[in-house]
Ligand binder design. Structure first.
Ligand code: DWN
Length: 410
């Protein structure tokens, strides 16, 4: 019996157009324990499609969220100082703009280890975190952030409002792209958000991903890749409106923050982004058609650069056991024949192996111990922060390789 046609996650359209295939890859955050080295890992196809009806960019294959975010999820937001500062500014801005205080409620979806809500707790604003990853939820609770270790959707939202809890602010950073049932997730936001409330939603901006060839941001945790056009269509299906947009070009390779509410009050910025997307063709399939060829070019150039350095007797390590790093090293087949090890500040990742290529992950101190000639930045989105942090390694003659948007040596 043929499988049911894969339909658009947003609008149900069946005519999806695949424009990129990154092969069958392991799960980006499924780091490998040393005792499992050499054993086969689960792999899933990583094919990306465009919906001609609502312009949502999305993955075709779906990996169950339990496997992605519960069984073995090691991403803790607090290991990135840039993310902590960005979050502090976001919280302070909302508290000031909306006069938040003890009588309000701020709910964060995918609250991780409490890295953002802790700012509201310090300001005396009641909060509720929701995150299905047990270790992160536990860390948040230990940090004084009340947290439900559950997946969010219309069911949990209905339960919360039955307890007379509506949110004055809902924050959803790097989560709306991570849910297979997009409409149920947004329906939950519409139910939980107070009538005069605001939801702020952050995700990588698909325009920046395509323009800067950030194909490594594509992995199984990211079911969707959003434009303002798609977000507006998605919100309207649930009685919500896209009212404002903020762009953060240096966050995760280019992030948009969408502000949505129950009333149609678009700002000039929101109108401008929507108009620009129509003018630049972001809502049309041609915008994505050449992407595959550009991705292939980056893979070829990066492999050539690394191979030439190895042939010249140089040693190479990598920085950042990032999910995006897993996509890059597995798609470009950057294994132990090219890179000796990866370093990462996240202590939960140290001692494990990168998925697929199974590169060992060590403490960044290894850079001063082993003094590799070159350092491939898998977490290139934090280049400035990492280079500042690793100044001693650089002063000792270490050189940095930035792989995206075009492989280069700094
Ligand atoms: O959407 C997601 C984004 C927000 O974060 C999640 N699904 C998964 C994760 O993706 P990622 O792992 O590609 O994100 P990062 O934040 O780019 O990963 C950076 C990695 O580098 C982390 O493992 C932490 C590490 N790091 C470090 O070792 N030293 C990061 C910084 C800033 C540092 O100074």
């Amino acid at each position: 019996m043929s499988a049911a046609p894969i339909r658009c996650r947003l609008c149900g359209e069946a005519r999806l157009e695949t424009f990129l295939s990154l092969g069958r890859t392991p799960l980006a955050d499924a780091l490998v324990r040393p005792e499992a080295a050499g054993l086969p890992e689960e792999r899933f196809s990583l094919d990306v499609a465009f919906c001609p009806d609502c312009s949502l960019v999305q993955l075709l294959e779906e990996v169950e969220p339990q496997k992605l975010f519960v069984d073995n999820y090691l991403y803790f937001s607090s290991f990135s100082p840039y993310v902590l500062e960005h979050s502090r500014r976001h919280a302070e801005g909302l508290i000031a703009a909306r006069g938040l205080g003890p009588g309000h409620l701020v709910v964060e979806l995918a609250s991780n280890d409490g890295y953002l809500l802790s700012n509201f707790v310090e300001a005396g604003v009641p909060v509720l975190g929701i995150d299905p990853a047990p270790a992160q939820a536990e860390a948040a609770i230990a940090a004084g952030v009340p947290t439900l270790a559950e997946f969010f959707g219309s069911g949990l939202a209905s339960r919360l409002i039955s307890e007379e809890r509506r949110a004055d602010v809902i924050i959803a950073n790097n989560v709306m792209a991570h849910v297979p049932n997009l409409n149920d997730f947004v329906e939950g936001i519409a139910l939980l958000l107070a009538d005069d409330g605001v939801a702020t939603i952050e995700n990588p901006y698909v325009r920046d991903l395509i323009r800067h060839c950030e194909f490594d941001t594509i992995y199984h945790e990211h079911f969707c890749y959003f434009s303002c056009t798609a977000v507006q269509k998605l919100m309207r299906r649930h009685g919500l409106y896209l009212n404002h947009v903020e762009h953060f070009p240096d966050l995760h390779g280019g992030t948009l923050r969408w502000y949505v509410g129950h009333h149609d009050e678009p700002s000039d910025e929101a109108r401008q982004y929507l108009a620009e997307e129509q003018a630049t063709g972001l809502a049309l399939p041609d915008f994505y058609r050449e992407f595959g060829a550009r991705v292939e070019h980056v893979r070829t150039e990066l492999r050539k650069l690394l191979t030439d350095l190895k042939s010249a007797g140089k040693t190479i390590a990598a920085y950042g056991a990032a999910a995006k790093g897993s996509t890059l090293v597995n798609f470009a087949d950057i294994d132990g024949s090219l890179v000796d090890f990866v370093v990462d500040r996240n202590v939960h990742k140290q001692g494990l192996l990168m998925p697929g290529v199974q590169l060992p992950i060590r403490d960044p101190a290894a850079l001063l111990e082993d003094k590799p000639d070159y350092l491939l930045l898998l977490a290139w989105n934090f280049k400035d922060e990492i280079m500042t942090q690793q100044q001693e390694y650089l002063d000792g003659g270490g050189r940095v390789i930035v792989p995206i948007p075009e492989p280069c040596v700094l």
